[in-house]
Design a protein around this ligand. Structure first.
Ligand code: DGL
Length: 270
């Protein structure tokens, strides 16, 4: 029996930070990544639109016979996870539940900050997930939309990044959070600036790392892990011309991407 791949999608390059952690945790697994570069960003769009896009991408990946789907986009996880789980017969893992679980377990003061796109923050998905785990915890949130273009531009440690971080994070620091969830695929690239601004004593929770751990647990639990002696292959599909994805993606992945193919989801439907 050939081993099936893990399917992963995001609105664009951001989900490569999640893929990176999955490859680190499970180097033996094949992966198929889809970046919706023709329709990025998702963070500013309505939940209905993000759900429709997510279902289209899921259908594309399921046709490639994946064994598990990772929604490697916080906005899509916030808006579309339920619809995906109801529609698909394979396990679907979002990035919010794992990040929320980790945050709830590391906080000491019971005051957690969450930052993300406008869509993610508006949905209150992190706050709800954290409160489901521990209703006593106080959750303070802040949308930080400008962190997305800064990360893509590679402006992760210059004056603009520091000033932006100060403006976004001062309120959270003053609120006294002891844990901060990086609730957007792009924010791990700004970890240093975010950490310095919010205060070194505040614990940063990277949803990507937690999600990779969850994927490993689910595959192990279902006996779907490839033998660790294998070496995984990684395939990339995008919905717009690949040049920009490749340029920015190599930085997000922290290594070299393989071949990237442009596909049209409309053609797939027809
Ligand atoms: N991938 C998105 C997220 O994690 C950020 C980029 C976008 O807005 O599409 O929410």
């Amino acid at each position: 029996m050939p081993w099936k791949a893990i399917g992963i999608f995001d609105s664009g390059v951001g989900g490569l930070t999640v893929l990176k952690e999955i490859i680190k945790a499970l180097p033996q697994e094949d992966t198929i990544y889809f970046g919706d570069t023709a329709r990025v960003p998702y963070g500013t769009k309505s939940p209905e639109t993000v759900t429709r896009y997510s279902l289209e991408i899921a259908s594309f990946l399921v046709h490639r016979d994946i064994k598990l789907l990772v929604v490697a986009c916080n906005t899509a996880s916030a808006c579309a996870l339920e619809a995906l789980q109801q529609t698909l017969s394979i396990p679907v893992v979002g990035v919010i539940e794992p990040g929320a679980r980790r945050a709830a377990s590391v906080t000491r003061s019971g005051k957690i900050g969450v930052i993300g796109t406008e869509g993610t923050i508006r949905s209150s998905a992190y706050a709800k997930a954290i409160k489901r785990i521990n209703p006593e915890v106080e959750v303070v949130t802040r949308a930080c939309p400008l962190f997305v273009p800064l990360a893509e531009e590679g402006w992760t440690d210059n004056e603009v990044a520091h000033l932006t971080a100060r403006i976004y994070l001062t309120g959270l620091r003053e609120a006294g959070v002891d844990t901060l969830v990086l609730g957007c695929t792009h924010y791990p690239l700004l970890k240093r600036v975010i950490g310095e601004t919010i205060g070194e004593d505040v614990k940063l929770v990277d949803s990507a790392e937690e999600t990779a751990r969850t994927v490993a647990e689910i595959l192990r639990g279902r006996d779907l892990l490839r033998p660790s002696s294998e070496q995984g292959n990684h395939h990339y599909f995008v919905s717009d011309v690949p040049a920009g994805f490749i340029r920015v993606g190599n930085r997000f992945l922290g290594g070299r991407l393989g071949d990237v193919y442009q596909v049209s989801l409309d053609a797939e439907k027809g």
